[in-house]
Design a protein. Sequence first.
Length: 380
Amino acid sequence: MESQTIFQGILHIFQFLGLCPVSLETSKDNPKKIANTLLGVWSIVNFALVLALTTVVFINYDSVFSPDSDVGQFNDLVKFVTVILTHGTALGEAILTRATLLSAWTRLTTVDNLFHQIGIPVTQHRMKFFRDFSAKFLIYTTLTLTIELTILATIHFDANWTRNVAITFISLLVSRMRHLHLTMFVDLIRSRLHIVRKELKQMVVITKNNHFVLKDELATKRIETRLVQMKKIYSVLWECHGDVNSSFGWSELAALMQNFIQLTCDLYWIYSVLNRNELRSIPQLVASLIPTFTAIIIMLHSCEKCLNDVRHIGFWLHNIEKDIHNISMDTLMVAAITTYMVIFIQFMPKVDESNSANETITTTTQYPFTLAIPTRPSSS
């Protein structure tokens, strides 16, 4: 129960950051119109705050960006703009796709109900997901906050750098939380796919041992029912996967672009301080890269595990014994072949063996050789 409570708190964090402008407890019986309206308004407020922050920064341009060199100033400007654009894209996409996000969550609930219909408990898998994702989220968030606050506390010698880190702190945090938000849905889908994979593996064992034939009608019917149900579940998960892609596509693309630009800008500063022999800035610059790339690694790891379960589903599905004998069809085929052979043998014309042999000898005597008339190649 503690892990479930922590997971509910994580959902509230996503909602507070404006990344989840809809109550995931919404249903036909409990529409939660007021909660959904307030969450949508809060995401719009977050978007307005981002615009206000951008305006303030550009009004105080010289106080925020490095005035030491034109290249350094342009470097910080590009980094700030991409961070703000990523933050705004994440909020805008969350607001516009809130119905699609709720649809993905509803489909996951539908999958759980389909599992219950054939007696497959999902509570244990759900609790395992709560524990794993909560631990993943808490460890990453603690690491990120520790690194960012340490950087902020150790760069007091550079006022411009301090202000730059302070104004981009929330936006960077939101872009990283967007990675974890996507990871949450990927893990939710994977936990259901893992159940499908286990069920198909169990079917393979049953059909291999019991020879899936028509003689055992009860076992055959049970296997057929579960296969049909697994097909329905996989179809719903496929649609859920489409909803998740539609809800996170643009923001993830913007986040990956921002990560690349951040890496390029930070590598420029590392080169710059090494060139000027200012080694005290190196640890902070290197540490600033850790949270971003850790979030990407976490997300890619979850996606790879999900793909691995999908591959195994295909493997086990094609190993299920499918030698169901259709007795009526077999009987018709045997009867047709037997009838054809009987009629063909009875009415086949009789051949006189002695006359056939004489005709063969005569033909050979008259024409002992077969002459091949050569042809002259045509001249051209």
